[in-house]
Design a protein around this ligand. Structure first.
Ligand code: FAD
Ligand code: UDP
Length: 365
């Protein structure tokens, strides 16, 4: 019987394992250096409050891909959830992403959609035709005032550099709306699994031919002789022992707070200004509005440069990183018996639905 090795037990690795058992009679070993399955989507109940906590930061499942939505719904009951983010600037609470409410409140106006669009168009910097970076993207589409208020400080805190040194693609993730729609995402299907994410992984991986070994790190000394093929979802630079240098990542860390009742009245509140050291506050019980909890738990999220022992979270993808990435990718091409997939092995910012879609494609094409 063929044997496969999967390195990493996040969505990339779990989808590959689940699909392999469907497609052929094979043995699969899934290893992860952490002490749990689920990768960055791991969730568990907080022992003090019983609130479901997403350990590595809150995860809202959202996609417009029906195939991916149907796939994930085999393993959980997705509860309806809409992420309505607020942001604090200059002592006031605004709606985020930028929508008609944000625009009217910020400029103290009463615009209808058409008036707002015309007004913002006048604010926009028309000298920029092809935005080359984050700052130009913002100036071109929303103008200086909204950019300075809601994006400049937050982005400096989040990425640790000037927004003009970041790619425009980071900002393209957020819409600007000229109506009162305040849903953070624009995808058709959105939700949070009723019993958290870990249960999804348990179900995906519960098969007699799948063996899981936790706290098991893949490195040069790992014996791969018996395996037909290896699916690697860890960091690409670590695989090659950082021979061309480390790829740049930002990491985040959390400061926990707990109290009775309701701390902030919403799942996520961003802090736009630079002088507030954290970027946002997550209050996890608001991600499960179908549950009742007397106590609440919240996390202030801070961002910093990744030290050697920190979790790599957000790929920076600066020019020097992309240069190193090219060198690593060339080495991957030379490897036989390996497939690199997922956010770390391909050094891209990918949402859950994207990694699931890519893993399904890799196995089935
Ligand atoms: P991971 O989940 O990172 O899994 C990789 C696994 O490989 C890890 O468990 C790691 O321990 C293991 N590993 C690495 N190296 C080795 C090694 N050498 N040996 C053994 N094991 C190893 N996406 C959304 O769709 N919606 C959201 O709301 C959302 N929020 C996010 C919030 C934050 C703060 C972050 C950082 C990401 C968010 N994402 C969100 C993205 C989501 O986390 C990823 O799409 C998803 O986790 C990627 O899955 P993966 O399997 O590729 O990687
Ligand atoms: N951003 C910002 N202000 C906000 C929200 C987002 O400046 O209130 C910027 C920030 O640079 C962030 C990017 O927009 O990295 C993309 O936002 P998103 O919410 O997708 O980031 P994530 O949730 O992945 O951290």
């Amino acid at each position: 019987m063929k044997k496969y090795l999967i390195v990493g037990c996040g969505f990339s690795g779990a989808v590959v394992a689940e699909q392999l058992t469907k497609n052929e009679n094979c043995k699969i070993l899934v290893i992860d250096e952490r002490s749990h399955i689920g990768g960055n989507c791991y969730s568990e109940r907080d022992p003090n409050t019983n609130v479901m906590v997403h350990k590595y930061g809150p995860h809202i499942f959202n996609t417009s891909n029906k195939k991916v939505w149907d796939y994930i719904n085999q393993f959980c009951e997705m509860m309806p959830f809409v992420n309505r983010v607020k942001t604090v600037y200059d002592g006031q609470i605004f709606s985020m992403p930028i929508n008609l409410h944000t625009i009217n409140q910020f400029f103290n106006k009463n615009f209808n959609p058409k008036e707002a669009e015309e007004f913002i168009e006048k604010q926009a910097d028309k000298s920029i035709s092809e935005p080359k970076n984050f700052e130009e993207q913002a100036l071109k589409f929303i103008g200086k005032d909204l950019y300075q208020a809601f994006f400049y400080g937050y982005t400096k805190k989040q990425w640790g550099c000037e927004p003009k040194d970041l790619p425009a693609s980071i900002l393209k993730r957020l819409p600007v709306r000229f109506n009162y729609e305040d849903n953070y995402y624009s995808n058709i299907y959105q939700g949070i699994p009723r019993n958290g994410y870990t249960e999804i992984f348990r179900k995906m991986l519960s098969h007699p031919n799948i063996e899981i070994k936790l706290q098991t790190k893949f490195n040069e000394s790992f014996n791969i002789d018996n395996f037909e093929h290896i699916y690697y979802t860890g960091p690409i630079d670590a695989f090659f022992n950082y021979k061309y240098g480390r790829l740049g990542y930002r990491t985040v860390y959390f400061e926990r707070g707990e109290e009775i009742g309701d701390f902030q009245g919403n799942a996520v509140i961003n802090y736009a200004e630079e002088n507030v050291p954290y970027t946002r506050v997550h209050e996890h019980k608001h991600f499960t509005p179908w549950e009742n909890h007397e106590k609440t738990i919240y996390f202030k999220e801070f961002s910093k440069e990744t030290g050697n022992n920190d979790e790599p979270y957000y790929p920076k993808r600066l020019e020097e990183d992309l240069y190193k990435l090219e060198l690593y990718l060339k080495e991957v091409e030379e490897l036989k018996r390996y497939t690199f997939l997922g956010r770390l092995a391909t050094y891209r910012y990918l949402n859950m639905d994207q990694v699931i879609e890519e893993a399904l494609k890799i196995i089935n094409e």
